[in-house]
Design a protein around this ligand. Sequence first.
Ligand code: ZN
Ligand code: ZN
Ligand code: ZN
Length: 343
Amino acid sequence: MDLRKDPITRSWVLIGNGETDADAAVSPSCPYCLGSEASLTQPILSVPTDSQPGGIRVYPHPMPLYRIEGEADRCAEGIYDRMRNLGAHEVIVESPDHEYTLTSAPQAQIAALLRCWALRISDLKNDLRFRYITVFRNRGDLAGQQLRHPHSELTATTFIPRRIVYELRASQEYFAMKERCVFCDIEQQEEQQGLRVVDLTPRYIAVCPFASRVPFEVWILPRYHHSSFETDILRHPDQTELAGILQRSLARLEQLTKDYHLVLHTSPNTRARTELGSYWTTIDEDYHWHIEILPITERRSKSYSIKEVYYCSLTPEESAAKLRDIPALIGSRRQTKLQFQPG
Ligand SMILES: [Zn+2]
Ligand SMILES: [Zn+2]
Ligand SMILES: [Zn+2]
């Protein structure tokens, strides 16, 4: 596996060597279930949680996209750039219970998971080879979930993924023009209009973005400004409010589809050696962390078949109205419908 840079779009692409998931050894028993950890190496991190003895454990990914040893060995091949797939790829095992779901877990356990994400990102930011670290969660076959046991994944890369580069550039340009954070402005307008709001708490908002890429796309943003998820999370001991809005958003979405991609967008590693130099010195002021959830509701959606231009078959206003109408079913506790009064 190596990384090649598209000289036109400047996107890095992971190029495989013909190996497929099917080639990876599939053990008959799940190695992440309680009692079968003997087959695993020591966890990188183990976070005890109140209700679960094994808590949350982090391991190297068994089929890693990136490998941690060595240097990136970036080199030119004529006009082209290529490098090794240096990085980190970890599995965050969310519970020892194979049947665990985020939507039925106690809020404290989701809060512990958020903290665990933050601890791993923060730790990997000490490795100055890595420019970007993020956490994602692919749920369901349509989302490409590889391991059956409930988990999220972390990747650390020596480059900043293209979509993040777009976000960082746009945020910086907006800030240079208006001296305001574009995400803070989005948050305020969404709150005032109320058209696309799915959930609102004192410190967080869940909205269907104005130019949603898929039906029921949901972003969760803090209502205060902060560029770095990990710094923000680790400075507060209590994350139950964020855990709650995340859980309710997923509980609503899961009544429409079990398959989704969830990705955390946080600031890049500004301490790393970077091709951007001092270009993004304003990152703390202009970038704003958020979680994006992209549900997969259509098997042959145009939004997936036409990769050049997104086509979303439902307006985000309709998506948000529908999501607000779905009661968030958390385990056996039935939450009341959100009564949102546009301000
Ligand atoms: Zn399992
Ligand atoms: Zn902001
Ligand atoms: Zn984003």
